[in-house]
Structures are given as structure tokens and as C-alpha cells.
Design a protein around this ligand. Structure first.
Ligand code: NAD
Ligand code: ZN
Length: 381
């Protein structure tokens, strides 16, 4: 079968690989009909995730048709059209029982912090991903979810990660009616976080990025205010001014470790560069949220990144909430939002590319060329 093949930082291609095997009675094999490239794949693509092995197949956002099932699978059957949450989760362990499906204890033998994730390095369990014609899906009685017959598969594929992640970002923010929410990042996750913030009753939603076409998209799609941080002297001061010097009630980090921009500090009237790169969004969020406010982090960081200005967290009494999204927990609500017409996630799909053209697809998404927001890969039928 054809599958993505990682060759090292910024080098991906498609090759023939062996058809996946049922290894456990609860496994299923899914024939992939659509898979996406995610901002999370860029951390792998750029070589920033530990133990990303050459030869691996990425892809944690996919839908398809059940091709085969192991003898213990009874919740889905051959021929079912399913969406598969990006978490590899058993549904039974001590964490899954609490709904923490992103922290499943069984699916990642290393059990450091993250649960298993499809196509996301050996740090996340070493599972093959869905940027392929076929993929092995463990715990098939729990994860794969039959797609409602009236649902567009383009909407369904965005239920495997980005819509639930934007929604959980807003949920973890604890948004109260009328709150001002500032979202850093106008990628697919930030866009869905903006849309979701209104569902929780936000009074004002502000999105910040440096890529104008993404800002224009989210302004129209989620009716929010947008600003380019490259046009600001200091984003923290800018947000303070916008909020009568109080600060935002909730800040959402939808960027993660590949953040750009600088953290500035004004000491005795002189502006000093405190830090650049990966720490920026966490600093901006913590410094521009109000006292007693909440910073919700869905942006992905390395397991040992050490970037939080803890003094400001303590002094301002800030709550920080963060996690990998527990996709399955959100599905009933989000399916309802799609079916009622309140949210149309598929509107963010800008590119539809044959799987064989994966190298170009990654390049375009990564470099933000051609007004790219979300790319769907289509395997040969
Ligand atoms: P993306 O790469 O398409 O978008 C990130 C956006 O952030 C880009 O538009 C970029 O221009 C912008 N950006 C860079 N620096 C910035 C800054 N300093 N301030 C504001 N914006 C800045 O990625 P995505 O698919 O939208 O994903 C966003 C993040 O969410 C990634 O870190 C991804 O790994 C993470 N993620 C987490 C989960 C989870 O379960 N927690 C799930 C999916 C994605
Ligand atoms: Zn993703």
C-alpha cells in the first residue's frame, strides 16, 4: 500500500509499505478515505519531537471505511464509515475512566505523560499514522465512531482533532458569559477556538497572528477582532490597551513550540529583549491575561520545555489549564453543532491533494503558501 515515509527534517515522501496487520483481537484495519495535515505534524516534520524515527508514517486526523476487524471487535463492523479520534485510547484505564482520553495509560508503554497518538513518534507510542491507504486502529471498540449518514466526510475528518481541540481550548479557559477571550494563533486550531469561544458565551473574541490571510479568514468565519502582532510595538501592551488596562479574562495558546516573535520587557524606560521564539506565546498570554484570569494551552510543547514565567503566574493568581484533547468526550456535542448548522468546520479546508503529492502538501502548509489553512490528503481509491 502507499504510505507517507518520513526521511528526516522537512523530507517526506510516499512509498510502498506493507499492508498493516491485526496484532490484537481488538484491532481494526481502516481503509483511509481522507487524512489531514495538522499543525502538530509540523513539530514532527521540523524534527522537534523526540524519537521521531526515519521510515515512520505520520497522520492522526483521518476517516475511512472499516476493512477488517479482530475477533474481539463488536462495536464497529466491516464496511462502516468511521472517524477515528487522534488519541489511541483504551477507554478503560484509570485515566480513560475520568474522560482523560489524551492521557490513556494503556496505549503508550512509556506512560511518561502523553497517551498514544496515531503517527506521532515513539514518544507517543510508535503507532503508524493515517497518511496512508490503510492504517491499524487499536482499541477499535472504543475509538472509531460511525459517521452519521447525513454528515459530510470533510466535516467528519475535522472532528478527529481540530474542532474538538478548539472546543476544549475554550472549555479549559472556563469562559463566562461576556468574557474577553484572546487567542494566539489563527491556524486551524485557533480558528476553531475562536468559533467555540462564542459557544461558551464570550462577549469579545480577539485573534492574533502574523499571517494576514489567516487573520482575514478567521475574522469572517468567526466574527472576531483580528490583529497582526508584527504591527504592534509590544503585544502585551497592545492587549492591555484594548481591555482598559485590565487584561483579557481568558488567553488561549493555539501556537505551541514553534511560536515566532519576541518577548520584550521595559525596564527603566528602556525596551529589552527578554526572549525570542518558543516562549513568546506563553509569556504574552500570562502577561496579558487579567489578574485571576485563565490561560488555556493547547499548543504543543516538548516534554522538557521550561518556559513558564512562574512569578507572574503566582503574583497575578492565574490558572493555567492544558492538555492533549480528549476527542471522544466532545463528539456528541460537536456532532450536534454541525448537524444544527451552528458550525461548519469543513469551511477551513483550503487544499485537497492526492496522497502521492505529500511533499508539496507539507511544504505549502508549513510555509503558509497559497493561502493554505487546512490540507486534506486523498489516497488513491
Ligand atoms: P498551525 O501551525 O497551522 O498554526 C499556528 C499559527 O500560529 C500559525 O498561523 C502561525 O503563523 C501562528 N503563530 C506563530 N507564532 C505566533 C505568535 N507568537 N502569536 C500568534 N500566532 C503565532 O497549527 P494548528 O494546526 O492551528 O495547531 C496549533 C497548535 O495546536 C500546534 O502547536 C499544534 O501542535 C497544537 N495542537 C494541539 C492539540 C492538542 O490536543 N492539545 C491538538 C491539535 C493541535
Ligand atoms: Zn492534529
Amino acid at each position: 500500500m502507499l504510505a507517507m515515509n518520513y526521511r528526516g527534517p522537512r523530507r517526506v515522501r510516499v512509498d510502498q509499505k506493507p499492508y498493516p496487520e491485526i496484532k490484537h483481537p481488538e484491532d481494526a484495519i481502516v481503509r483511509v478515505t481522507r487524512s489531514c495535515i495538522c499543525g502538530s505534524d509540523l513539530h514532527l516534520y521540523n524534527g522537534n519531537v523526540p524519537d521521531t524515527r526515519v521510515g515512520s508514517t505520520f497522520g492522526h486526523e483521518f476517516v475511512g471505511i472499516i476493512e477488517e476487524v479482530g475477533p474481539a471487535v463488536d462495536k464497529v463492523k466491516v464496511g462502516d464509515h468511521v472517524l477515528v479520534p487522534f488519541n489511541v485510547a483504551c477507554g478503560k484505564c484509570v485515566f480513560c475512566q475520568q474522560g482523560l482520553y489524551g492521557n490513556c495509560h494503556e496505549s503508550n508503554a512509556q506512560a511518561t505523560a502523553v497517551g498514544g497518538i496515531f503517527g506521532y513518534s515513539h514518544t507517543a507510542g510508535g503507532y503508524d499514522g493515517g497518511q496512508a491507504e490503510y492504517v491499524r486502529v487499536p482499541y477499535a471498540n472504543f475509538g472509531p465512531t460511525v459517521i452519521p449518514p447525513d454528515m459530510d466526510p470533510d466535516d467528519a475528518v475535522l472532528l478527529t482533532d481540530v474542532f474538538p481541540t478548539g472546543y476544549q481550548a475554550a472549555e479549559m479557559g472556563g469562559i463566562q458569559p461576556g468574557d474577553t477571550v484572546v487567542i494566539f494563533g489563527a491556524g486551524p486550531v485557533g480558528i476553531m477556538a475562536a468559533k467555540s469561544s462564542w459557544l461558551f458565551g464570550a462577549g469579545r473574541v480577539i485573534v492574533i497572528d502574523e499571517v494576514n490571510y489567516r487573520l482575514e479568514f478567521v475574522r469572517d468565519y468567526a466574527q472576531c477582532e483580528v490583529f497582526n502582532f508584527r504591527e504592534m510595538d509590544d503585544p502585551v501592551v497592545f492587549i492591555k490597551k484594548l481591555t482598559d488596562w485590565i487584561g483579557a479574562d481568558v488567553c488561549i495558546d493555539a501556537v505551541g513550540a514553534e511560536a515566532r516573535g519576541n518577548v520584550l520587557q521595559t525596564i527603566t524606560g528602556r525596551k529589552t529583549l527578554l526572549q525570542a521564539g518558543s516562549a513568546t506565546v506563553l509569556h504574552w498570554a500570562i502577561n496579558s491575561v487579567r489578574k485571576g484570569g485563565t490561560v488555556s494551552v493547547v499548543g504543543v510543547y516538548g516534554p522538557t520545555d521550561n518556559l513558564v514565567p512562574i512569578g507572574n503566574v503566582v503574583n497575578k493568581g492565574i490558572t493555567i489549564r492544558a492538555n492533549q484533547t480528549a476527542v471522544k468526550r466532545h463528539l456528541p456535542k460537536l456532532i450536534d453543532h454541525i448537524q444544527s448548522g451552528r458550525v461548519s468546520p469543513k469551511a477551513i479546508i483550503t487544499h485537497r491533494v492526492p496522497l502521492e503529492e505529500i511533499a508539496d502538501a507539507y511544504h505549502i502548509f508549513s510555509e503558509k503558501l497559497d493561502n493554505c489553512i487546512k490540507t486534506v490528503l486523498i489516497p488513491p481509491s
